[in-house]
Write a protein that binds this ligand. Structure first.
Ligand code: FES
Ligand code: FES
Length: 171
């Protein structure tokens, strides 16, 4: 099959590959670039475990061809932390026990990323809507919603996620 050269900016660094047009983005990330934090949980575009950001928007990378990502920015879970410092959303999953097996967690975190654009305006309904394309077979979702809310509160605080954010005041 005819192969095509592509360049994808993955977590801020340009990565080159020569790929068959049928190669899915998730396989480019996992099998060619070795970024196995992007998971595969189904073959029906249902589970969201493969979610990454493409030009800042969540995309199920099992439903996009690698060649479609040519010259675009892709963020995977490997690019979320700041060195050893967890991203507030990652810290939120730790603080609120937002995972059990953890298989869905990378996709959940990437799916929640756009909520950071306006964290103060996000309620539980908005969180559940943001992750509505992502399935978790372990947690029952409540802790995931709390984890994301923790992360959003932490992200909106100047001193970052190491200081537990205050709970919202009851009215
Ligand atoms: Fe399940 Fe992509 S692997 S939606
Ligand atoms: Fe196991 Fe979500 S923590 S699938």
């Amino acid at each position: 099959m005819h192969e095509l050269p592509i360049t994808v900016r993955v977590n801020g660094s340009p990565r080159e590959a020569v790929v068959e047009p049928r190669l899915l983005l998730v396989h480019l990330l996992r099998d060619v670039f070795g970024l196995t934090g992007t998971h595969i949980g189904c073959d029906t575009t249902s589970c969201g475990a493969c979610t990454v950001l493409v030009d800042g928007r969540p995309v199920k990378s099992c439903t996009m061809f690698a060649v479609q990502a040519d010259d675009l920015d892709v963020m995977t879970i490997e690019g979320v932390a700041d060195g050893e410092r967890l991203h507030p959303l990652q810290q939120g999953f730790y603080e609120e026990h937002g995972l059990q097996c953890g298989f869905c967690t990378p996709g959940m975190i990437l799916a929640a990323m756009p909520l950071l654009e306006e964290p103060a305006a996000v309620d539980d309904h908005a969180v559940r809507r943001a992750i509505s394309g992502n399935l978790c077979r372990c947690t029952g979702y409540d802790n995931i919603v709390r984890a994301i809310q923790w992360g959003l509160r932490a992200a909106s605080q100047a001193d970052g996620p190491r200081t537990p954010p205050a709970e919202p005041q009851a009215l």
